[in-house]
Design a protein around this ligand. Structure first.
Ligand code: NOJ
Length: 757
């Protein structure tokens, strides 16, 4: 007898014993997914609704609260608390979802307890932080966003989902779509950078990648967009810190990527740790009820972040755990991650009339709906597939895909006198630096089930190309002041034709709870760079880091700089591909690189101010000790070839309601190699009922041109693209003059102007 049949029989055994409702449910139950996924979306929803309701009718209040409870297993530590009793809780029906448990075998075992040893046998939902891969690790999300390649990002999310689903997982706590304008904040590595437009496109691509077209397919996961909301605006860039924003900035800058993820079908939402305007996001009715449910009609379920309900006591918003549970559930939080606040208090709160049973029912409906959509009631073990686990995970195909997206994520920041690409015939290459051979670092933070031992390092990647013509010396560590290796590194440099210096941050220096007040290259690494420069050998710096770094000395003195982030399992081959010119770098920054931490926050779409910077006028908005401009602007990245831009052209000087204007520009590859350029389109609204940023990204296109080849790149703008929240908070475009800038990064200055009538 197949496992699926055993499950059905088991359900039937209980349900037939429970009377007529159960029989109705059981009949509805069989063959569920075939019917669901060949039907139209509305019919699917209706069918699911009927079945959800028929299950709900069978449940006791205790069982309902169980469905609203999510506990971690003891396999991974992703937060400050652990429970020793999660298996007993599963058996008692007190938990409906588990995270940090994975592999087909382990999850099958936990699922068996839920399905076979609880009264109703409702299957568990297994969640995990599949952030940039499950076992085949892709670039950290910030790095990957630098590819500006939406299809590539969708593909990497798809592969991540496919590997994770084979290992018994159903649900990923991704994508993280928090706009991040402060490089001190460690979690900048986990998102798509500072821009709302690009961040929204990437959010949608990642959701599509994880979820595919069919949540019941065994190679997809349900996504969880996080952290709702404005977590990236933590004061002083310190993780978990207070957030205080105007509603305008919230709606205009921070919320759109969430909306984009939900429009792409994202099934679940995670609340953030921060407070917003004095109310923790985890009990914030404005965010959870007014915006998410009422304005956006979100049908999925909301889960808290790790112990967020409990943390409302520290916030000073809840007197105790009981009140915190009441506030969270009444604000619209459906599932409690790890606080055990629902587990401890929800039954009493219902009995005391402080929480209505209707609220509980609604939350349970939303959770069961997702379980039905995943096909778990059809076969609770469908995602635990040892065979697929073996064949899929870390397959050659997946590793190849990781290499392709990794090399697209590398950003060439500097290349004096065409230092790069290196000649494959180079006599002797010195590879120096603490990160060149560090598997543990190259995999990056938030790498989930990824294992460092599977990473091919840069040193190995280079050896695979030029064999024993490369020598390695570590030079110094990243985070200790030990200079004893300088001498050997300098000797090696002197004997070599060029130096590849691989420096930056350790992986643990970014990610959750990893904010830094100093965003320069840590430890003695810069001093090592200075000494290597003094040898006179070409100095090629490969940076590995999870945030923008302030690198003024390197920017002035290195001969070439490659921003390589943490690129994952295939980091080494991908960077070697770029170093030796097998891949012409095409990455563009999605976050501004400041000259110093003192410029933070610095982002491309700032406002003009009443006294814009004028170097000849003291009383203007500037610093005494540093220019206003960043080291590298948003959108910046070089290529081994060069691109020349013509003058932007406009189809009409006027734009009317219901109409559009076309802006176009001729781009020519004027160098000697084929290359990919990301043509960017920015708009400035000159006068508004509220002031507007000096530039806003409104579109981009990637084109690949052969040497000498030209392309006319065209963008269409409609009044919808010009909307913002006006003084009365209406989302609309205001008549007036607009400038359109087309070019290679956000510092572009050539524009055309039109009037919106
Ligand atoms: C806390 C993190 O903020 C969140 O992003 C993550 O999904 C959870 N822990 C679960 O690991």
């Amino acid at each position: 007898m197949s496992k699926r049949m055993i499950t059905r029989q088991r359900f039937s055994k209980y349900l037939y014993g429970l009377g007529l409702l159960a029989i109705v449910w059981s009949i509805n139950f069989s063959g569920l997914n075939k019917q669901f996924f060949s039907a139209k979306p509305d019919e699917v929803e209706d069918k699911i609704k009927d079945r959800v309701d028929s299950v709900l009718h069978l449940m006791t209040l205790e069982e309902k609260v169980g469905q609203m409870t999510l506990f971690t297993s003891d396999w991974d530590v992703t937060g400050p608390t652990m429970r020793a009793t999660y298996k007993a809780d599963i058996k008692e029906g007190k938990v409906g979802a588990i995270f940090n448990a994975h592999t087909a075998a382990y999850n099958r075992e936990l699922q068996r307890i839920a399905v076979e040893e609880t009264r109703l046998g409702i299957p568990l939902l297994f969640g995990y932080d599949v952030i940039h891969g499950y076992k085949t690790i892709f670039p950290i999300p910030l790095g990957e966003s630098s590819s500006w390649d939406l299809a590539a990002m969708e593909r990497s999310a798809r592969i991540a989902a496919s590997e994770a689903a084979a290992a018994g997982l159903h649900w990923t706590f991704a994508p993280m779509v928090d706009i991040a304008r402060d490089p001190r904040w460690g979690r900048v590595m986990e998102g798509a950078g500072e821009d709302t437009y690009l961040g929204s496109k990437i959010a949608a691509a990642r959701v599509k990648g994880f979820q595919g077209n069919d949540l019941a397919a065994t190679n997809t996961l349900v996504a969880c967009v996080k952290h709702y909301a404005a977590y990236g605006a933590a004061q002083a860039g310190r993780d978990y810190s207070t957030v205080d924003l105007s509603e305008r900035v919230l709606r205009e800058i921070y919320l759109p990527p969430f909306k984009a993820a939900l429009d792409a079908g994202c099934g679940t939402v995670m609340t953030s740790f921060n407070e917003l305007d004095g109310v923790p996001a985890t009990a914030n009715r404005f965010l959870l009820d007014e915006v998410l449910r009422k304005e956006w009609n979100f049908p999925g379920f909301v889960v808290t972040d790790y112990t967020s309900i409990d943390e409302m006591i520290n916030h000073g918003y809840s007197a105790d755990q009981t009140q915190a549970a009441e506030q969270a559930v009444n604000a619209g939080v459906d599932m409690d991650m790890q606080s055990a606040a629902y587990y401890n208090h929800l039954i009493d709160l219902v009995q005391e009339g402080k929480v209505s049973e209707a609220t509980i029912d609604e939350a349970v409906r939303r959770i069961l709906r997702i379980k039905f959509m995943l096909g778990l009631f059809d076969d609770p073990y469908r995602y635990s597939d040892e065979q697929r686990e073996k064949s899929e995970i870390l397959s050659d195909k997946n590793r190849q895909a990781a290499r392709e997206v990794a090399r697209k994520s590398v950003v060439l920041l500097k290349n004096e006198k065409q230092t790069l690409p290196l000649s494959i015939g180079i006599r002797k290459l010195a590879v120096i630096g603490p990160l060149a051979d560090s598997q543990l670092d190259m995999i990056g933070a938030w790498s989930g089930a990824g294992e460092a031992r599977h990473v091919t390092t840069l040193l190995t990647g280079i050896k695979n190309v030029i064999g024993d013509r490369v020598d390695y010396s570590m030079g110094c560590p990243v985070d200790q002041d030990d200079r004893s290796g300088f001498g050997a590194a300098i000797d090696l440099a002197k004997k070599s034709d060029a130096v590849v210096l691989v420096i930056g941050e350790k992986a643990y220096m970014s990610g959750e709870a990893a904010s830094r007040s100093d965003i320069t290259v840590p430890g003695p690494q810069l001093d090592l760079a200075r000494e290597l420069k003094a040898t006179g050998k070409p100095l090629i710096v490969v940076l590995m880091n999870g945030r923008p770094l302030a690198i003024p000395w390197l920017a002035d003195n290195a001969d070439a700089i490659l921003e390589a982030w943490f690129l994952g399992t295939e980091a080494g081959p991908a960077i070697s591909d770029v170093l030796f010119g097998d891949y012409n770098p095409s990455g563009r920054l999605t976050v501004t690189f400041p000259r110093s931490v003192g410029q933070v926050p610095i982002f491309y779409n700032m406002k003009n101010t009443g006294r814009p910077m004028d170097p000849n006028n003291k009383y203007t908005s500037k610093y005494l000790d540093i220019p206003n401009t960043p080291q590298f602007p948003f959108g910046f990245g070089l290529s081994y070839t060069s691109f020349a831009y013509g003058k932007p052209q406009l189809s009409s000087p006027e734009l009317h309601s219901g109409g559009s204007v076309q802006v176009s520009i001729e781009v020519t590859n004027t160098g000697k190699m084929e290359g990919t350029e990301t043509v960017q389109c920015y708009v400035r609204d000159l006068v508004g009922s509220v002031t507007r940023p000096i530039k806003e990204l409104k579109g981009f296109q990637q084109i690949t041109l052969k040497p000498g080849e030209s392309s006319n790149v065209q963008f269409t703008l409609t009044p919808d693209d010009l909307r913002f929240y006006d003084q009365e908070m209406n989302y609309r475009a205001e008549p007036g003059d607009f400038r359109v800038f087309l070019g290679e990064n956000s510092a572009v200055s050539d524009y055309v102007q039109f009037t919106l009538k």
